[in-house]
Design a protein around this ligand. Structure first.
Ligand code: ZN
Length: 267
């Protein structure tokens, strides 16, 4: 997420059908959901500004991405992270999480129930403890918040035992009015099948694609069920695995970007 990459960040305005057909609402009723898919190269970090003023951070890139992530968030005028979600303990997701948590007031931390012996993971646990925070378990069916037209719920993990660490990924569904956003972490085929088997409504306007666009995720059936209008793939410039699944996205007529994006959903 260097300056030159930040310059690539673009804005999309998603107008809800409700607004388009509701005529002129007073300006005070306008409220925005802003989702910033930060460019951390081969890693993940998403910062969400909710219309009620609260914030969510999902993952914090690799080691070395901390100052860029902190700078971006502070640049929005934010000093509090209401919900921090570490999707799973891989270094490309929690590499700078301790540093980022250390830089803000943090209210809630969610992680799947999976330990790891890496330095990054141990640093994260130390920082969480130093700040006097309790880790809340991210698991399928758990509601993060539900304010009627604004809701966040975990759709995975659905099990406590997976062979692959990626599949412990906390998968988050965020809904604002009639707009749906899905954040897959590094969840792979096994998790996609579990989610489909539980018959969640996973249709989404914007999908943060699982596992950096790798072919181990994004099964055709899952894509066809989610039917996203936009798919965000967070991937390094030298990673070409994404090309292999590109056909699946083209089949779904989904718009692809290979770098950071900033989105606004306006009611
Ligand atoms: Zn990853």
């Amino acid at each position: 997420m260097k300056g030159r990459h930040l310059a690539r960040i673009f804005s999309l305005l998603l107008l809800s059908v409700l607004f388009l057909f509701s005529g002129c609402a007073p300006a005070t009723q306008f409220s925005e959901l802003i989702i910033s898919y930060l460019d951390v190269g081969q890693g993940d970090s998403t910062f969400i500004q909710l219309p009620n003023g609260e914030t969510i951070l999902i993952d914090a890139g690799n080691k070395g991405d901390g100052s860029d992530i902190i700078g971006y968030i502070q640049g929005t005028g934010t000093d509090t992270l209401d919900y921090v979600i570490a999707t799973h303990p891989h270094a490309d997701h929690i590499g700078s999480m301790a540093e980022v948590i250390g830089a803000f007031n943090v209210k809630n931390v969610y992680m799947p129930k999976k330990e790891h012996t890496s330095k990054a993971f141990e640093n994260l646990l130390d920082t969480i403890e130093e700040k006097g925070l309790a880790i809340q378990t991210a698991k399928a069916g758990k509601t993060v918040f539900d304010d009627g037209n604004l809701k966040a719920e975990f759709l995975a993990p659905n099990s406590e035992e997976y062979a692959d660490l990626n599949n412990y990924s906390a998968v988050l569904q965020l809904t604002y009015n009639d707009k749906h956003f899905l954040f897959m972490g590094d969840a792979e085929r096994e998790v996609e099948e579990e989610i489909l088997a539980r018959e969640y409504d996973v249709s989404a306007d914007v999908l943060k694609v699982g596992h950096h666009g790798s072919s181990s995720s994004s099964t055709k059936r899952f894509i066809e069920t989610v039917k996203p209008s936009y798919a965000i793939i967070s991937v390094g410039t030298n990673n070409h695995t994404v090309i292999r699944i590109r056909q699946r996205w083209i089949y779904c007529k989904t718009y692809m970007r290979r770098f950071g994006a900033r989105m606004k959903a306006v009611r």
